[in-house]
Design a protein around this ligand. Sequence first.
Ligand SMILES: Cc1ncc(COP(=O)(O)O)c(C=O)c1O
Length: 373
Amino acid sequence: MSMVTMEFDPRKLARREVLDLPVYSPGKSPEQVAREYGIADCVKMASNENPLGPSPKAVEAMARSLSTVNLYPDPVCTQLREAIAGKLGLGPENVLVGHGADEVFDLLAYAFLERGDEVVLGDPTFSSYELAALTMGARVIRVPLRDYRQDVESMANAVGPHCKAVFLCSPHNPTGTLVEEEELVYLLNRVVGNCLVVLDEAYIEYVEEDFFWDSLKYLEENPNLLIARTFSKVYGLAGLRVGYAICSPSVREILEKVKLPFNVNRIAQVAALAALEDEQHVLRSREANKKGKRQVCAVLDELGLEYVPSHANFILVKDPGWGDLSERLLRQGVIVRDGTALGVPGHVRITIGDEAQNERLIAALRRSAGEGS
Ligand SMILES: Cc1ncc(COP(=O)(O)O)c(C=O)c1O
């Protein structure tokens, strides 16, 4: 038998825009830090997860459903969509459930973007919007933040005839700042014609009452508005991957066409449904975050460390010229996200933890400050 040697080069098959994609760089895992630094009990305060864990009711619901995984899930998440819509005072035709909010951004890109199109987003902002757009060959127009806030006026000015979507994030990742109501209204008024306005509210449940305003009321008059939310943050289900889009039925119908039939698994659907109903867990999580954030901010103030006042479950802290704040914390087993990977060099993003994690962070901050510059 003769051997045929094939010269196979997948790079020659791949689309050019795919080859050009930046590789997502996740933060260090506790296992990695344990190995590299010889610290067994690291705490991870880097991915904006809920330190209280999932709702116990969601855990029970998952346990009850385990023996049904021989069956395919409901392809359109009927019960979950009804529950989400009911809670928001909308109809299920306004809701599309995705494999995380990340999938919603991907679906938007698959459905609406191609080479020659443009999207406008903040610089920096959450990385998934850009990745989704670049994958489809769209051009990404980055509009620098101003004072850590998205500059909606400059974003509106950047919208040209080829722009298909403007992405806003509120609370914004990685700064924690809010888009104000008048800013959304301004953008909606400026973005006319066939262009989507995407408002990512992954952290909206953490916004305190005095600052909260309701974006949903703008949906009816603005069929180009799409709001993205998730079960990954306050609901504590990041590992299950459930997020959703709230939008006009006409947008939802198009997104439905490009999603995989069974994009949200059975266990994730029942867990999200139970989590949605467990208002106590949401309240507990919000309260713990508020308390923890206050405690951490008090210590940052005391140590003279500058930070951006945050409406989310993380804080962006400025490195006071040491140049290695994330490394100093890492050496003490506290894993935070270095700002360089997030587009804000000279900063670290710290997720608020549970009481023990916050204490650990505070001790590490104090020791880091003691080391001086
Ligand atoms: C602003 C923002 N949007 C969306 C997501 C992703 O949400 P999901 O886990 O639902 O994909 C994150 C995750 O960190 C985020 O920070």
